[in-house]
Design a protein around this ligand. Structure first.
Ligand SMILES: *[C@@H]1O[C@H](CO)[C@@H](O)[C@H](O)[C@H]1NC(C)=O
Ligand SMILES: *[C@@H]1O[C@H](CO)[C@@H](O)[C@H](O)[C@H]1NC(C)=O
Length: 529
């Protein structure tokens, strides 16, 4: 997304290389509360951390920061365990961050083992301080632990980096006994020139007592691999997702896109994000995509929190798991300033067809490059605020920027304060909205190869829940073999006469099959990675 630009997947016919396909064995006697072992109910309990970086104020540098962040992880894990969590997921760059250089990537990286290895043992304490502490956290709390760190490997092929090493941005998973079960090397670094793109696809599937798990990191969520490919082949139940996301409106804010990704792919997603709203980073969540349920943390404040919730082990089973969610603040050793403004980025609307809604009308439609969208709506006439304008935006394009990708979408978007301009220049708003809709139905016609991600966002960027019937999402494959497919979001209920504020209704389509190949590139502007 521009400054936020991340990266691709050459699709089509693919060789699916399962790089790490490890099996976690449940060791007898390893569970604390055997009577509610997750498999008995078909449900498990997960925790994610919405993390505030802890930075040393006394010039301690990266080494000191690592200690401080791991300390916060410890408190988070302990609290999660008290809430009955079977797994906790930590964010991308949550331990080591802001390092920039290749030398630092190698310095703070660890040579991680290739196969299942017990890492909470003395022999790893000094050689692998980060992996050791994560493993011991898992063992101490008898909980699966997923986190992001740096894996360094020697490289001996012809196409090696000049220093004959690989440094990967890496998600790791430890089991309840502190064994490293698997690792995943981020396939789509977002800039991050200190890290390498892995030479092969990383399609990780790890079978555990809490389902078939996989991992992907941040910018990977935009691309076909690994998550979409694994989900579409029904190889996984739950995607573990450490991220440091930079929100882009109207479609790609963290909580919004995590929700729509989980719904669109009908799997579970456990997303742990960095919380730094000044740069547009907020939004972690637990999503039961196959069941249309979720809980998020998406507050525009300066607090670290964990979210704990229960979800089905088998993402597409009909197991009924009441989410029973809890959000708990995690104390910070080095708090960040609390009076901050949420600074999101805006999507570039080039090559969009953009049409303004007339509040007194009830229908609008537009096409762009063969993508056709229709919105039927009813606004609450007494609530209309003149500087809250709404637009229908439509595209069929490969978006511009350092990391181009192909999209087809239909969106109802809010563009405030632009009464003198005849197009949308500002997208969405941090202010509470006043204009209300009684009803809206957005329909879109896309290519048959497009993956569509639905979302409805209310005032103050809140993702609106789908369960409870506030909105529904359907697809209509009228004639099989047709070149197009149709999707609908219906919001509100004409009969009920209740009205709601909305900032976005989105049918965001990704056309992985028409993506240009991913190439790691510097970003236009610097972000604090
Ligand atoms: C979008 O454009 C591409 C060509 O660039 C075309 O193949 C595709 O069919 C278009 N999408 C729709 C829904 O017509
Ligand atoms: C949007 O993209 C177009 C095409 O690449 C570019 O010319 C324009 O400057 C961009 N606009 C913004 C606001 O970045």
């Amino acid at each position: 997304m521009n400054r936020t630009t991340w990266w691709l997947g050459s699709i089509g016919v693919l060789s699916l290389v399962v790089i790490a396909c490890l099996v976690a064995f449940v060791i007898p006697g390893s569970c604390i509360t055997c009577s509610d072992q997750p498999s008995n109910t078909g449900c498990f309990r997960a925790a994610v951390l919405d993390h505030v970086h802890q930075s040393s104020r006394n010039g301690g540098g990266t080494k000191e920061n690592i200690k401080l962040n791991l300390k916060l992880y410890e408190t988070a894990a302990k609290t999660a365990k008290e809430q009955g969590a079977d797994i906790i997921v930590f964010p991308e760059n949550g331990i080591v961050y802001g390092i920039g250089s290749r030398a630092n990537a190698l310095k703070y990286g660890e040579v991680l083992p290739e196969s299942k290895t017990s890492m909470c043992t003395d022999s790893y304490a000094s050689s692998h301080p980060i992996a050791y502490q994560l493993a011991c956290l898992a063992k101490e709390h008898q909980m699966f632990v997923a986190a992001d760190m740096i894996d360094v490997q020697t490289c001996q092929t012809k196409s090696c980096p000049i220093d004959k090493k690989y440094a990967f941005n890496t998600a790791v998973l430890f089991d309840r006994n502190g064994y490293l079960l698997g690792k995943y090397h981020k396939m789509h670094p977002f800039g991050e020139l200190q890290f390498n793109v892995p030479p092969k696809d990383e399609l990780v599937v790890i079978e555990t007592e809490i389902g078939r798990l996989s991992m992907q990191v941040c910018f990977d969520l935009i691309y076909n691999k690994p998550g979409v490919v694994l989900a579409s082949q029904d190889k996984i139940d739950t995607m573990l997702f450490p991220t440091w996301w930079f929100d882009e409106l109207p479609f790609l804010a963290a909580s919004q896109y995590q929700m729509s990704w989980a719904f669109g792919n009908k799997i579970n997603l456990l997303a742990s994000n960095i919380h730094l709203v000044a740069v547009g980073s907020k939004g972690s969540g637990i999503f039961a995509g196959g069941h249309g349920q979720f809980e998020v943390i998406s507050e525009p404040d300066a607090k670290a929190r964990i979210l704990v919730a229960t979800l089905p082990i088998n993402a597409r089973s009909d197991a009924q798991c009441s989410m029973d969610s809890k959000k708990i603040e995690v104390p910070q050793m080095v708090p960040i300033p609390s009076n901050v403004i949420y600074n999101y980025q805006m999507m570039n609307l080039t090559e969009n067809t953009v049409k303004k809604l007339d509040p007194s009308m009830e229908a609008i439609s537009a096409c762009d490059g063969g993508v056709c969208c229709q919105l039927n709506y009813q606004m609450d006439q007494s609530s209309i605020k003149s500087d809250e304008e709404y637009y229908l935006i439509v595209t069929n394009r490969t978006r511009p920027g350092a990391y181009p990708w192909t999209e087809e979408y239909c969106g109802l978007v809010l563009c405030p304060h632009m009464t003198k301009l005849d197009t949308c220049k500002q997208i969405s708003s941090n202010n509470p909205l006043q204009t209300k809709f009684l009803y809206a139905k957005l329909s879109g016609e896309f290519s048959s190869e497009t993956h569509v991600y639905p979302s409805v966002i209310g005032s103050e960027h809140k993702v609106l829940p789908k369960d409870g019937g506030l909105w529904t999402y359907e697809d209509e494959k009228t004639d099989v073999g047709a070149k197009k497919q149709k999707f609908f979001i219906t919001f509100g209920n004409k009969e009920e006469r209740k009205s709601y504020t909305i900032s976005t209704i989105g049918l965001y389509g990704r056309v992985y099959a028409r993506d240009p190949p991913y190439e790691q590139k510097p970003l236009g502007e610097s972000i604090p990675l």
